[in-house]
Design a protein around this ligand. Sequence first.
Ligand code: GZL
Length: 374
Amino acid sequence: MKKKLALMLVAAMTMATVVGCGGGSEDAAPAAAETETEAPADTAAAETEAPADTEAEAPAADGELIRVGFAQVGHESDWRTAATQSAQTVFSAENGYELSFVDCDNDSAAQLDAVRNFIQQDMDYIIIDPIVSTGWDAVLTECEDAGIPVVVIDRTIDDSDKYVSWVGSDFKVEGLACGEWLAAYAKAKGISEINALVIEGSTGASATIGRTDGFKEIADREGWTILDSQDGDFTEAGGQEVMESYCQSYAGQFNVVICQNDNEAYGAMTAMDAAGVTYGVDGDVIIVSFDSNKPAVQLVLDGKLNATFECNPLAAPTVDEVIKQLAAGETPEKEIYMAEAWLASEDIVPSITVNGEEQPIIHVTEDVLANRAY
Ligand code: GZL
């Protein structure tokens, strides 16, 4: 029996309403270059292979491969590379999948086209990492009409709930954690005045919105000044360009730089080096990042980056679990949050409290670096 029909029947027993199999979208346009990928065996994510129990048996009970379409944001950052490699490792033929992967190159229109193309191809499941958080209800309705379950990962969709599950991070908590760490760090260091510059991620991305809102909430509470907050598009080039402008416009006025991902921090460091601005543990400017890929954690160990706030890119193993639950007629959680950590170069802030929950600040050592998964 065709997997999707089996799924629809199973779903019919567990859900109040079942959407009949409708036609796909009439206006599907060829999506961005689509690749059917085998798992590159030696990818970084391979060391973080899905938990053993997800390797036990291929998800497809009838021996056919489960066809998954994945519309990925793009290839803008190390974080994105780790997330893509994790998906290619998990959704591989040996794990019972046939992955159709589309890199949407930060182009929202191309991403909608990619999803419509997946509908045309009658995928068994569609995974979306949404470039921006709005403009999704129409295409998700088309997926629902076609009877294709959608799993959203990483960034959020804020104008529709027509998907089975979302697997990702609480970006506002990341921003709050950054603010709370900075407040404790400044107090421990006797820094009474904070004049911050923010290098934001891509405009409209939920990661940008959450991190910006969270940090600003603490800045307002503490009476800090945010001198400026501009879009660095989550890229190293974007971070460098914005920081070069900041070094011109705010020379001598700032003592904190908040980079909303690691790659922007690398670019900001290049710009500050060129402008003769010192940063890090022994510098004049405190600099932090989000994501915490291994190269950033190395910079924290080296004292070049004061702190980094993790955003876990390895959602694919959890999505594999969601698919298995659906195939077994179970109802997955609607929101599944990834575990993450906050890491600092100096061991002077042992913990912070975010939303009433005490969370440790991990002091980065060689061992901490060695045990990073990505
Ligand atoms: C966050 C993710 C962001 C990363 C960036 O979950 O969407 O996009 O923080 C990436 O590195 O570009």
